[in-house]
Structures are given as structure tokens and as C-alpha cells.
Design a binder for this molecule. Structure first.
Ligand code: HEC
Ligand code: HEC
Length: 163
């Protein structure tokens, strides 16, 4: 029992040190910084899903992020995220989805992607019971239905609602 505990500590330590070497070895770009800072708890939502004003508001409220746990990031990282999210936000993106999001947004700055009028419109026909399924949970769980959500592809050809 005791030796097992020791081994599990050794393996855990080894696992994390390998992780650190891999992360340190990879080139840190703003995109990877974003992925690492914002992709741990949920999909690292594509910056083009919200206007920069929304991202700005969110970054100023990282303690108590959406009424939950604090997102603890150092000021240098927050600066990188600010620039990255702004440069790729809906109003600065050339993707078709971003243009449609902006067309329907007006002056509003929704805090949630699920409050974006275009996205609400696109999902309005989905049976509300679908969101009660454990495999879905909420509209924010894009990847449950859009298999290529992590690549920023939300095409109607790549979507399937879990049974
Ligand atoms: C510690 C875990 C955690 C981290 C790290 C985290 N989030 Fe979140 N995020 C949450 C939780 C929990 C929610 C709220 C879920 C709910 O109540 O609907 C949330 C919600 C969101 C939403 C709203 C989704 C919607 O439309 O409902 C966005 C956008 C978001 N996070 C962006 C970010 C960004 C940007 C970062 C990095 C700066 C980040 N998150 C880091 C846990 C996290
Ligand atoms: C419960 C399943 C489900 C979830 C969760 C979901 N979607 Fe969808 N989404 C769909 C379906 C189904 C369609 C196709 C709707 C139609 O064509 O009538 C769609 C359509 C879309 C479209 C339009 C695609 C196009 O080419 O016009 C976008 C953009 C989109 N979703 C983004 C998102 C994002 C971003 C999230 C997460 C915040 C999300 N979806 C969450 C099922 C889902």
C-alpha cells in the first residue's frame, strides 16, 4: 500500500515535469497562450464569436468568472490575451460567421456567446429537451454537436445532435 503511494507520487511528479518541458519547448504564440489560459475548463471559444468590447469586459472580470471560480492569470498574460482577442474579434474577423454575428448585434455587447442574437437565431429550432441531456448540458457546449468546433468550423454539414 505504502510503496504504491510512493510510486504514484513519483509518476505524478514525472508526468508534470514532462508537461513543463513540452510546454516550454513549444513556441508560445498568442494563440497557444489563449488555448492554455482559456481552454482548460471549456472549449477555447474562437475570438470571432464575440466583439472585442465583450472580450474586454470579460477580461476585466476574471475574478469570479461568470459567477464561478476565479480565472487566475498574471497581468502579462492578460495583456497578450487582450491583444489577441481584439485582433481576432468578430468585427475584425473575415469569417462568414463573424460577419453574420456583427450584422445582427447592433450596439449590444453580450457577455455570453449564447446571448449572441445570430447564434440564438441559428439554434432556435433545437428542442429544449436536448439541452437537458448530460451529453449536451447547454448551448455553450458547442463541441457536443459541432464535431469541428475546436477548429472553428460550425458548418451545418458537420453537426449532429447527440441522441
Ligand atoms: C477555471 C475554469 C475556467 C477557466 C480557466 C476559464 N473559464 Fe470561461 N467559463 C467557466 C465557467 C464555469 C463558465 C460558466 C458556465 C455557466 O455558468 O454557464 C464559463 C463561461 C465562459 C463563457 C460564456 C459561455 C456562454 O456563452 O455561456 C465565455 C465566453 C468564457 N467562459 C470565456 C473564457 C475565457 C476567454 C477564458 C480565459 C481568459 C476562460 N473562459 C477561462 C470556467 C472557466
Ligand atoms: C445541441 C447541439 C448544438 C450545440 C450545443 C451548438 N450548436 Fe450550433 N448548430 C446546431 C445545429 C443543429 C445547427 C444547424 C441549424 C440549422 O441549420 O437550422 C447549428 C448551427 C450553427 C451555426 C450556423 C452554421 C452555418 O453555417 O450557418 C453556427 C455558427 C453555430 N451553430 C455555432 C455554434 C456555437 C459557437 C456553439 C457553442 C457556443 C454552438 N453552435 C452550439 C447545433 C448545436
Amino acid at each position: 500500500m505504502r510503496t504504491m503511494k510512493v510510486w504514484s507520487i513519483v509518476f505524478t511528479a514525472l508526468y508534470f515535469s514532462i508537461g513543463i518541458v513540452v510546454v516550454a519547448g513549444a513556441q508560445a504564440t498568442p494563440a497557444t497562450t489563449y488555448q492554455e489560459s482559456c481552454g482548460g475548463c471549456h472549449l477555447a471559444y474562437q475570438p470571432f464569436l464575440l466583439p472585442s468590447g465583450s472580450w474586454e469586459k470579460m477580461l476585466s472580470r476574471l475574478p469570479g468568472h461568470f459567477g464561478g471560480q476565479d480565472v487566475d492569470l498574471d497581468p502579462g498574460t492578460v495583456k497578450i490575451l487582450q491583444a489577441y482577442l481584439k485582433a481576432n474579434a468578430a468585427e475584425n474577423s473575415s469569417t462568414k460567421v463573424a460577419r453574420k454575428i456583427m450584422d445582427r448585434l447592433g450596439r449590444s455587447l453580450p457577455e455570453r456567446i449564447t446571448d449572441v442574437p445570430y447564434l440564438q437565431h441559428k439554434h432556435r429550432k433545437i428542442d429544449p429537451a436536448v439541452f437537458k441531456k448530460q451529453s449536451v448540458g447547454s448551448l455553450a457546449n458547442c463541441i457536443a454537436c459541432h464535431k469541428t468546433a475546436a477548429q472553428g468550423q460550425f458548418s451545418e454539414h458537420n453537426v449532429s445532435i447527440p441522441r
